[in-house]
Design a protein around this ligand. Structure first.
Ligand SMILES: *[C@@H]1O[C@H](CO)[C@@H](O)[C@H](O)[C@H]1NC(C)=O
Ligand SMILES: *[C@@H]1O[C@H](CO)[C@@H](O)[C@H](O)[C@H]1NC(C)=O
Length: 295
């Protein structure tokens, strides 16, 4: 998706500014939320790190949303689907792309192939939950769950997995955790799992700078620049020649998300920076054990 400001586990960043941390983790069948994230912004006299004092974590359950709030950030999630629709932080109403539909801002998805799938690379499933549950609710920690159960009536329509998407917020942390539990019973149909991820689409009017490593950092073209006639797709759709970008400095460049990847062992944290507002959005990878098929 190139410069579409999609965060998926592809990039490594080492440049820190004031930031919000979003942590993701995914593992098949069994949960292991042994993640750590932290922020370095001083808020209300807090210093950086985990286990900060701060307001108790609160959960608001509304008609079609829930809101996690620890006084540092507020995360809105659709109920019962379980997509992140809003992240309020540091005076910003929403760090996610408000121009996108609510289902297209922060979401888990899967690409799978099996009996009934039609896509060339498999079928895309956004894994919308059908029930919502509170797992933990204390002043220190809230964990919530969005579940979709599979049964034979869904064969060929959705991936044969029970899905349980979790979001966790801790007191005093400038971020949140997310992980997902996928369960496949032995008697269920076989399928190939092409990929699964969580993606966050950040506001293009805020987040303009990306860092992959100490030496690979830059301002980025806009997503609009990839769309013809500003951009011209090349041999594969991810690679686009910027023929008439909004900022002329990018003219003649090829924008290709694969140019911003790096080896998994170096891929500990990645994200985007808003240079105007000194806010960053970072996805921190706690371990590589969930990566099975990737380079
Ligand atoms: C594929 O699914 C259909 C029902 O949706 C079923 O009749 C058929 O036997 C399945 N084929 C295989 C190979 O599992
Ligand atoms: C199977 O799943 C469908 C769709 O979620 C649901 O409507 C139906 O009640 C389920 N059937 C059983 C036997 O659980």
């Amino acid at each position: 998706m190139g410069s579409d400001k999609i965060l998926s586990p592809l990039l490594y960043l080492s440049l820190f500014s004031e930031f919000i941390a979003a942590v993701s983790f995914l593992q098949l069948v069994e949960a292991n939320p042994s993640l750590q994230y932290y922020g370095n912004r001083k808020i209300s006299g807090h210093s950086q790190g985990m286990n900060l004092p701060g307001q108790p974590v609160q959960l608001q359950i509304l008609l079609d949303h829930v809101v996690l709030d620890n006084g540092i950030l507020q995360v809105s999630i659709s109920k019962p689907q379980g997509s992140v629709t809003g992240i309020q932080y540091h005076g910003n109403d929403n760090l996610l792309e408000v121009l996108n539909d609510e289902t297209d801002r922060g979401y888990w998805d899967i690409v799978w192939t099996g009996n009934g799938t039609t896509g060339i690379k498999g079928d895309l499933d956004r894994l919308h939950g059908t029930t919502f549950e509170v797992i933990v609710q204390t002043p220190e920690q809230i964990e919530i769950s969005f579940i979709r159960k599979w049964n034979a009536s869904l064969e060929g329509k959705v991936v044969p997995l029970n899905i349980d998407k979790r979001y966790v917020m801790l007191r005093g942390s400038s971020g949140f955790y997310t992980y997902s539990i996928y369960e496949h019973l032995q008697c269920w149909p076989e399928f190939d799992l092409d990929n699964t991820r969580i993606a966050f689409k950040l506001r293009k009017d805020m987040f303009n700078y990306m860092a992959i490593s100490d030496k690979r950092q830059r301002s980025m073209p806009l997503p609009d620049d990839r769309i013809p006639p500003r951009g011209q797709p090349l041999a594969y759709p991810e690679a686009v020649l910027l023929v008439h970008p909004i900022e002329p400095e990018y003219k003649g460049e090829v924008d290709d998300k694969y140019a911003y990847s790096c080896e998994s062992r170096n891929l500990n944290v990645h994200g985007w920076i808003s240079t105007d507002q000194s806010v960053g959005f970072w996805q921190i990878t706690p371990s590589n054990e969930f990566r099975s098929g990737d380079p």
